[in-house]
Design a protein around this ligand. Structure first.
Ligand code: NAP
Ligand code: HSE
Length: 428
């Protein structure tokens, strides 16, 4: 057993890095009784020493030179919270190759390049942990890899992006339109100045790729995930959803089916009685279905300096124990299968469509006939609103093949009696 003090380097001192620093400070007195050894944050890599000095008690821990960390044989653990692809990828690989354990929150990197990083950790016999990369402070990666390992997981459904959940909550509860809710999210610091990754579903797609790979034991990459964002959702659709007993949420859905893995991120109507429907504001939740455990849900803060730091420091403490008991590297990549990823047209879904049509006899029958001729059965249909000579029709379909639905949609768009297809959203 290794009893000497364990030394750590932190790469990046932004939102999450500062959170890790604070949590380590608050845990200082607990470490020896919890872990049986002292843990020292020996170096922090920053770009601007002057800017960073105000964030730490002792500025002598700061460096802007990666070589000072990678060549320091006493540093056992590197925590990467700089974000982005490079130089994060190179530093992680160099650290593993130099015999250091690595902890990261970098979903962008893992969702694209997770395999090569995990292979490098395996060859080095070192820990490579990334609990904070999905749903911030919510424990989900370790539960999937360990606590739920006895299950065949059939489905994961998550609200894994806090910014879009905040926007949709404001649109639902305060009748805000998308642009106003986004502006509010930016003013409150939830959404970034360039909100594309959150709003277009890309951030959620990266997280879903990581979750699906672990849950189904088969590598799923960011490029495999179909991603659609929330920018086309209107408060009108949210109101219709409400009348039908539903909420609209940006859901990240991964299914392990007999014909392959389905991985989709898109806005969906979900029944208000489903536990995910009441996950509001910037909260995240991940709903997991396993054959032995049944349904479970993990809920909490998906981002923010302290929640994210909670997950990172949890990984750190695990690694410290593994170093002490000389068993680092025992939690490896869990992708021991190669399952196909289902193509878009082969997937099935229920759909909500909202159409502006001529207000005259026979239009509803014509719409129903196009859908029926393409094997798209209707579950609900309502005609609600009239503006001038137009009527508004809302249709909810049964579960149908995506290919059949798209074929019928193309025909509806060419019909002169249909003035506009105003909304198409899937139904969970
Ligand atoms: P951030 O606030 O932008 O912080 C990143 C920090 O890293 C910045 O201070 C930046 O320095 C520094 N940095 C970047 N490149 C560097 C380099 N080459 N050398 C030294 N320092 C460098 O980002 P964050 O929100 O903390 O996110 C960090 C990571 O955590 C990302 O991978 C993110 O996806 C992940 N994450 C974040 C959250 C969250 O709530 N924020 C939640 C889960 C996961 P400058 O200040 O000079 O730019
Ligand atoms: N931008 C993310 C969100 C947080 O809004 O949930 C970082 O993963």
């Amino acid at each position: 057993m290794k009893d000497q003090k364990i030394q750590v380097a932190l790469l990046g001192l932004g939102t999450v890095g500062a959170g890790v620093y604070k949590v380590l400070e608050s845990q200082k007195k607990e470490m020896l009784p919890k872990l049986g050894t002292e843990v020292e944050l020996k170096k922090i890599l920053v770009r601007n020493l002057q800017k960073a000095a105000a964030k730490v008690n002792d500025p002598s821990v700061l460096t802007d030179d990666w070589q000072e960390i990678i060549t320091d044989g006493e540093i056992d653990i590197v925590i990467e919270v700089m974000g982005g692809m490079e130089p994060a990828r190179t530093y992680i690989l160099e650290a593993l190759n130099a015999g250091k354990n690595v902890i990261t929150a970098n979903k962008d990197l893992i969702a694209v390049d997770g395999k090569s990083l995990m292979d490098a950790a395996k060859s080095a016999g070192k820990d490579f942990f990334f609990e904070a990369s999905v749903a911030g402070g919510i424990p989900i990666i370790r539960p999937l890899k360990q606590s739920l390992e006895a299950n065949h997981i059939s489905e994961i459904v998550g609200i894994v992006n806090g910014t879009t959940n905040f926007i949709l909550t404001k649109m639902t509860e305060e009748n805000m339109e998308f642009a106003d809710a986004l502006k509010l999210a930016q003013d409150l610091g939830y959404a970034e100045a360039d909100p594309t990754a959150d709003v277009e579903g890309l951030d959620a797609a990266r997280k879903l790729a990581i979750l699906a790979s672990i849950a189904f034991h088969s590598r799923v990459s960011f490029e495999d995930v179909y991603a659609e964002g929330i920018s086309r959702i209107t408060s009108r659709d949210i109101q219709y959803a409400d009348e039908m007993g539903c909420r609209i949420k940006l859901l990240a859905v991964a299914r392990n089916t007999e014909d392959g893995i389905e991985v989709n991120v898109h806005p969906m109507l979900i029944n208000r009685r489903h536990p995910l429907a009441s996950v509001n504001d910037s909260f995240n939740a991940v709903f997991v279905k396993g054959d032995a455990v049944g349904e479970t849900m993990f809920y909490g803060r998906g981002a923010g300096e302290l929640p994210t730091a909670s997950a990172i420091v949890g990984d750190l403490f695990d690694t410290v124990k593994n170093i002490r008991y000389q068993c680092t590297g025992h939690v490896n990549c869990t992708c021991y299968k190669t399952l196909p990823i289902k193509k878009a047209g082969d997937k099935v879904s229920r759909y909500y469509i909202r159409l502006q049509v001529e207000d005259r006899l026979g239009v509803l029958a014509a719409v129903a006939s196009v859908l029926g001729n393409n094997n798209v059965s209707i579950e609900q249909c309502i005609q609600k609103h009239k503006a001038g000579d137009l009527a508004e029709i809302v249709v909810i379909t049964e579960t149908v093949l995506e290919r059949n639905f798209n074929d019928s949609l193309q025909i509806l768009k060419t019909m002169s009696m249909i003035k506009e297809v105003s909304a198409v959203t899937r139904v969970y």
